[in-house]
Design a protein around this ligand. Structure first.
Ligand SMILES: Cc1cc2nc3c(=O)[nH]c(=O)nc-3n(C[C@H](O)[C@H](O)[C@H](O)COP(=O)(O)O)c2cc1C
Length: 162
């Protein structure tokens, strides 16, 4: 086991689905690398692999939509994490609508926001999209637990890692 795995294997982040729409194209993938990165102003960063189709659409998008899933929405995690938009139309398999700036908002998400892309930063093989929230929503009151990495670990990434 690589030394760093001792640290990384302890992490169990909430998973999210990040969608992008630009130039008449839509894309979206399951993301484990994300977090709030500023309090005032509120900003949130999602990290997208540069091999994913979602990255190719996101790099020309003005806004991205970020969605939290309930633990029992494993099927949605399979669609966005286990398939690639290079092969299938993921948006034909879920309920979605257009949001602010043409963003693709998943209607069954537990909580979601649309964020304007205010910065992009290279992490390595993932690019960080820093988002400023402009529209948001979700179930109220909040229902059960969210889908976390431990719940999605057995999903095989739909896009080859390299
Ligand atoms: C548990 C899990 C976590 C993932 N985390 C990320 C992530 O943080 N960033 C990312 O770009 N892809 C992540 N992926 C991979 C993409 O969701 C996956 O390759 C997807 O099929 C890409 O779809 P696309 O080619 O349509 O964009 C993750 C996949 C799984 C199963």
């Amino acid at each position: 086991m690589a030394a760093m795995d001792v640290f990384l294997d302890r992490l169990d982040p909430d998973m999210c689905v990040v969608t992008a729409a630009a130039d008449g194209e839509r894309a979206g993938c399951l993301v484990g690398f994300s977090s709030q990165c500023s309090i005032r102003p509120v900003r949130y960063c999602v990290w997208i692999s540069d091999v994913n189709r979602t990255f190719r659409v996101a790099r020309s998008a003005d806004v991205l939509a970020v969605h939290l899933l309930a633990r029992d929405q494993r099927e949605t995690a399979e669609v966005f994490g286990g398939l690639t938009g290079d092969d299938v139309d993921k948006f034909g398999r879920v309920r979605w609508r257009e949001g602010y700036g043409g963003a693709a908002v998943l209607e069954d998400a537990e909580a979601w926001f649309v964020g304007r892309v205010v910065d992009r930063t290279t992490g390595g093989d993932h690019v960080g999209f820093v988002l400023e929230p402009v529209e948001w929503g979700g179930r109220e009151p909040a229902a059960g637990p969210l889908l976390r990495l431990a719940d999605a670990r057995t999903v095989r990434p739909g896009h080859p890692v390299d």
